[in-house]
Design a protein around this ligand. Sequence first.
Ligand SMILES: [Fe+2]
Ligand SMILES: [Fe+2]
Length: 375
Amino acid sequence: MNVRATHSADASTVEDALAADNQNAVIDSKSATEVAMSNTLLTPRFYTTDFDEMDAIDVTPVRADWDKLIAAMKSDPNKGHFKKNEDWDDVDWDGMEPKLKAEFIDFLISSCTAEFSGCVLYKEMKRRGSNEDITTLFQLMARDEARHAGFINDALREAGIAVNLGFLTQQKKYTYFRPKFIYYATYLSEKIGYARYITIYRHLEAHPEHRFHPIFKWFREWCNDEFSHGEAFALLMKTDPKLTQSWSNKLWIKFFLTAVYGTMYVRDHQRPEFHKALGVDPDWYAHSVFEKTSEISKQVFPLTLDIDHPRWQPTLERLNRASVQVALAKKQGGVGGMLKRIGGMTKAALAFASLYTIPAIKHDVPVSTRMEPAY
Ligand SMILES: [Fe+2]
Ligand SMILES: [Fe+2]
């Protein structure tokens, strides 16, 4: 008999996780859903792709590693983990400093949207596919992301906020990416997600006085899920050496690395109070996350960005200033605002080009990609 899960954490499939009671928000928070709906360069997007092309992937070249990874994901060590238990402390939302509260809520909404974006893409791949290897993987990954999103929604609900995931699925704009771009972007977002969560987790382990919300206690198991998802994309890319070895694809890889790192830097610098409360310097945090992500991505990418190059840090700062200018100009509106906005966008494009043209560091890629979380 199939018993319906009442909490997404206990569900075995993505369908059950999405139908669980905690996903059906009692409170439909309009403003939170609006934030999640917004599509700018800095907000998480929803993606669609050529599902038939992805369904045609043959994992034979990586079969041994593939089967091990799938078996580990099927064994489901994190089942039941992503829900409140006795480790969950009371959160004093009303007593929270208003700026911190606003930034933290923004962080939670954007994280929830990003988790759910993965869920929607993976679930759709599972639904459309007929290749058992591929549909099995995507079902497992969608299950995890639905649990992650459900847990963030639990945290938000305590603040009287919920993101309407059903509404997002139907109404949010979908961006089309061809499969290889999905591999590069999703691989990186899974691995950088791992690096972000584990860096915060380890920092708070050493400085528990900065743990201003209980959700951070869950970050270690959380990031292990993201790590496995990244492993899966590394294997998918390994099935076709052209994806990572051809001259033009190397340029694309460099592009995605630069875009993902640059976006993270700018997005995090919009939340100064959040980082202050965590006791984290956002520049230190960015560098530490980039270092980990670069180290991990050597498993499949033949190049990494030179994040110690003298031009790297000052240009990131320039990109950030340009992005602040664009945001302020948008608020200002009118002709003056539009001109400032164009100016800001030009500066941002130039800064991005400058980051992109820093010579990359080349290296050999190992035959087998498989890694275990090591941080
Ligand atoms: Fe996730
Ligand atoms: Fe993930």
